[in-house]
Design a protein around this ligand. Structure first.
Ligand SMILES: Nc1ncnc2c1ncn2[C@@H]1O[C@H](COP(=O)(O)OP(=O)(O)O)[C@@H](O)[C@H]1O
Ligand SMILES: [Mg+2]
Length: 394
C-alpha cells in the first residue's frame, strides 16, 4: 500500500507513502537532487525531459520527449502516482492534461499565477505582502506615463519567460524608454514596469506547504548575484534576527495566500529602512536553497517530497553556518581540482567544502554545473576561502 486517503477539507489531497512513483516534469539538477533525497526515502522517480540522459534521467527512469508532447505527458501520468515539476514554464495545456489524468497536488493554478509577473504580484499583494510599486505596460505612451508616476530609476521586465536577469532593462533616464520598449516588446510578451528598489541586501526564504495546510520555512539566505546569476547564498543572512523572522513570516503568508503545495521560494529585497518587498516567487526547489542539503536537519528537496506526498514537514533548523557557492562552466575544472586534493586553506579556516555536481556533459560558460556548500564556524571564514581560491576570478 503506497497511498493513504485522508479526509479533510480538500478531499483531493492524498498521502503518498514510500514505494510511490513521483513523476517529474523536467530532468534538470533540481529534479536530480529531489530524486537523490526522495530515493533515500523510498520513493521512485520518473522524469519527462527532451534531452536524453538528463541530470535526473541519469539516476531515474526517463521518458525522452518535448514537454509539450501530449502523448509523453499521458505516459508520465500513467506511470506516476503523483506529479511535480522542477521549472515553472510548464505549458498550460500540458499542466491541465496532467491534472485530469493524474494527481498533481501543486495544481495548475499555482503555475498559472507564478508564470506571469503581473498575476504573481497581484496574488502576493492580495496575500497582504508588499511588492515594489509596479504598472502594467501596454504601449510606449503607457511606459512614459508609468515612468513619470513611479519616477526613475525603474526596471522594465517581460511578464513571462525571464530568468537570470534576461528579459529586463534598468531605466535610469527618460531617453532610455523608447529603445527599452522596442527591445522588450519585440519579444511579444506582456510588460511590467517596477520601481527600482535600492536594496541593502537580497534575501530569499523557502517555505513549504502541504495540501493539508501545514507550513514551515527555512532560514533566510542572503544572496549575491554576479552578472544576474546567483553566485553566493550566505546563511545565516547578515541581517537583524527580527528581519529574518519577518521574512519567514512573509514567505509563509505568501505560500498560504497562493494556496501553494510543495515548496515556494520567495525572493525579497531589504531596504535601508528595514522594509521588505517580495521580488518574485518560484513554486519549486530554488538555487538559493541548496545550502539546506548539508546545513539543515531537512533539505529543501526532502521537504518538497514530504510536502507533495502530504507527510509531516521536516524540521528546518540550521545545523551550521554555511555559504553556498555556484560552480559555473568556467569554474568547473578548478573547483574539482581544489575539492579533490588536500586543502590546507580550508583546514586552517575550519571550512568543510562539499562539492555537488549535476552530471551535465557539456560545460559551457555561465552554465550551472554544480555548487559547493561550505560548512563553517562563521560565514566570514567561508567567504574568505572563496576569496582566496582562484575558482571565481571570472
Ligand atoms: N525592482 C527592482 N529593483 C532593484 N533590483 C531589481 C528589481 N528587479 C530585479 N532586480 C535585480 O535583478 C535581479 C533579477 O530580477 P528578477 O526579477 O529576480 O528576475 P529573474 O527571473 O531573472 O531572477 C534581481 O535579483 C535583482 O538583483
Ligand atoms: Mg530572481
Amino acid at each position: 500500500m503506497t497511498e493513504r486517503e485522508t479526509l479533510h477539507s480538500d478531499s483531493k489531497s492524498k498521502t503518498l507513502l514510500p514505494g510511490s512513483v513521483i513523476g517529474v516534469l523536467g530532468g534538470g539538477q533540481l529534479g536530480r537532487m529531489m530524486a537523490l533525497d526522495g530515493t533515500r526515502m523510498g520513493y521512485k522517480f520518473i522524469a519527462l525531459d527532451p534531452l536524453p540522459a538528463s541530470p535526473l534521467g541519469q539516476i531515474a527512469e526517463q521518458i525522452t520527449a518535448p514537454y509539450y508532447d501530449a502523448d509523453a505527458a499521458k505516459e508520465l501520468a500513467s506511470q506516476a502516482d503523483v506529479i511535480t515539476y522542477e521549472f515553472e514554464n510548464v505549458d498550460a495545456g500540458v499542466a491541465k492534461l496532467l491534472e485530469e489524468r493524474s494527481y498533481v497536488p501543486q495544481g495548475s493554478r499555482l503555475l498559472y499565477t507564478t508564470q506571469h509577473r503581473l498575476r504573481e504580484k497581484a496574488a502576493i499583494e492580495a496575500a497582504g505582502v508588499p511588492v515594489a510599486p509596479y504598472r502594467e505596460i501596454t504601449s510606449l505612451e503607457s511606459l512614459q506615463e508609468a515612468a513619470a508616476e513611479l519616477s526613475l530609476p525603474c526596471v522594465l521586465k517581460t511578464a513571462t519567460g525571464g530568468y537570470d536577469g534576461k528579459g529586463q532593462v534598468v531605466l535610469r533616464g527618460e531617453e532610455q524608454l523608447e529603445a527599452a520598449y522596442a527591445e522588450l516588446s519585440s519579444t511579444g510578451a506582456e510588460l511590467v514596469l517596477e520601481k527600482f528598489i535600492s536594496f541593502t541586501s537580497e534575501i530569499s526564504v523557502i517555505a513549504a506547504r502541504t495540501p493539508e495546510g501545514e507550513v514551515k520555512s527555512f532560514p533566510p539566505a542572503e544572496n549575491i548575484h554576479v552578472n544576474n546569476i546567483l553566485h553566493l547564498s550566505i546563511v545565516p543572512a547578515r541581517i537583524p534576527s527580527d528581519v529574518q523572522r519577518r521574512a519567514c513570516q512573509l514567505a509563509e503568508q505568501v505560500a498560504e495566500g497562493l494556496n501553494a503545495a510543495g515548496l515556494l521560494a520567495v525572493e525579497m529585497f531589504l531596504t535601508e529602512e528595514g522594509s521588505l518587498y517580495v521580488n518574485e516567487v518560484a513554486p519549486r526547489p530554488h538555487n538559493s536553497g541548496h545550502y539546506t542539503m548539508e546545513a539543515c536537519s531537512t533539505s529543501q528537496f526532502e521537504q518538497h517530497v514530504r510536502a507533495i506526498c502530504n507527510l509531516p514537514l521536516g524540521d528546518t533548523t540550521l545545523l551550521s553556518p554555511v555559504v553556498m557557492v555556484n560552480v559555473l562552466g568556467q569554474h568547473l575544472d578548478e573547483a574539482i581540482r581544489r575539492t579533490t586534493s588536500q586543502d590546507p586553506a580550508a583546514e586552517s579556516l575550519g571550512i568543510v567544502p562539499k562539492l555537488h555536481l549535476y552530471g551535465k556533459s557539456d560545460s559551457k560558460h555561465n552554465r550551472k554545473m554544480g555548487h559547493i556548500n561550505l560548512l563553517c564556524g562563521d560565514v566570514h571564514d567561508a567567504l574568505e576561502w572563496v576569496e582566496q581560491t582562484n575558482i571565481w576570478r571570472h
